[in-house]
Design a protein around this ligand. Structure first.
Ligand SMILES: [Zn+2]
Ligand SMILES: [Zn+2]
Length: 374
């Protein structure tokens, strides 16, 4: 009898401890919301109802980061309070951030960033064109801030290429230097420096070895690299230098900085077309040139879009006419699929009947001529 009493007292105490733990957890969640819990549509509506303007900007830095999970949580809580939206990658090697900030919080945000000694001296680059760039704040922990997946002993971040400003970059082009696009193929499809080499690769992990191969007999020549904001050139230039290239240069601040400088100084842009960006805008127009082609009818177009069939979602270029003809889809197959009831779509998808000839890896460089209508 006595033992049973002790037992029930222990059970009651244990239950109370459990309730207490739950209560504490609940409080943490209430005060420090670490994840977005709203749907895309809710987020879009929230953004549209905002009574203030936003600025899209980006920054990056190669710097050793420690206690990264704790670091991520602190950034998320503070930036969420400042109503910052965007996509941020953190890794042991540094930070890569694209963010949209309410204009009235812009200086508070910069102050907060600079309050971390790790982010000392980062350069903020402001986007060329405005528009709703991001709907939520996403801070992810990654292995690398740029996923080239090259071995650590194939580059040394203490030996990166020479940083050239817009003027030095233009002069070097005029003097016949080799220009290499260090972005993904589909980015170069809608905008590039005139005469730039656009490596024909599907994935970032193939890019650096391919560039090395293309430039193999040009190790003593002047090489100019460029990317969107400069971050990819940092590692790419370190890689080429490690592999014996003598005169490696990179565009300081990337296309974003270049476009801003060209505009400010009223100079002609040697970058033509659109600067592809990784947010909902999918591109910022730099010049009126349309260098891309619709992947469906081959007519001039530089409108990137994702297939309207969410189960496919392939990224491709589509002109207005084809958008109408294919219901914003990449193929008649996808167009037929979205006309089925949601239940039927789910059924077919589950049964593996909805076969996409455009595979996942192709979503970064669509090869639509291979897409067969079902
Ligand atoms: Zn078309
Ligand atoms: Zn599709």
């Amino acid at each position: 009898m006595f033992l049973i009493k002790i037992y029930s007292v222990i059970v009651i105490i244990f239950k109370h401890i459990l309730i207490l733990i739950k209560f504490i957890d609940f409080n943490i969640l209430m005060n420090k919301e670490l994840y977005n819990k709203k749907s895309k549509e809710q987020l879009r509506q929230k953004l549209n109802s905002e009574a203030f303007d936003r600025t899209t900007c980006s920054f990056y830095k190669y710097v050793e980061l420690n206690d990264i999970i704790d670091f991520r949580d602190r950034l998320y809580i503070d930036w969420n309070e400042l109503k910052v939206l965007g996509r941020v990658y953190l890794s042991k090697e540094g930070v890569n951030a694209q963010v949209s900030i309410p204009n009235h919080n812009l200086s508070a945000f910069k102050k907060h960033v600079y309050s971390y000694k790790e982010f000392e001296n980062v350069d903020f680059k402001v986007a060329i064109q405005e528009g709703d760039s991001f709907y939520k704040l996403n801070i992810k922990i990654k292995d690398e801030i740029v996923a080239y997946k090259i071995a650590n002993d194939e580059y040394d971040m203490d030996h990166v290429g020479q940083h050239l400003n817009y003027k030095e970059f233009n002069n070097a082009i005029n003097n016949g230097a080799i220009v290499v696009d260090v972005r993904n193929y589909y980015e170069g499809e809608v905008g590039k420096f005139e005469n730039a080499i656009i490596p024909d690769v599907d994935a970032s992990i193939e890019l650096l070895p391919e560039i090395k191969k293309i430039l193999n007999d040009k190790r003593d020549e002047k090489i100019l690299m460029y990317c969107t904001g400069g971050i990819r050139c940092e590692k790419a230039s370190a890689y080429l230098i490690h592999h014996g290239f003598k005169d490696v240069n990179q565009l300081k601040g990337g296309i974003i900085q270049y476009a801003n400088d060209i505009k400010e100084n009223n100079e002609d842009s040697k970058f033509i077309g659109k600067n592809f960006v990784f947010d909902h805008r999918l591109g910022e127009r730099i010049t009126e040139h349309i260098i891309g082609k619709c992947h469906q009818c081959n007519k001039p177009s530089d409108m990137h879009t994702n297939c309207f069939n969410q189960a496919c979602h392939i990224l491709f270029i589509q002109c207005k006419t084809c958008a109408g003809k294919y219901d914003k889809c990449c193929s008649m197959g996808c167009s037929d699929f979205i006309k089925l009831s949601i239940e039927r779509q789910k059924e077919l998808f589950k049964a593996g009947k909805m076969k996409f000839t455009a595979q996942k890896s192709n979503s970064i460089k669509p090869k639509l001529y291979k897409v067969k209508d079902k």
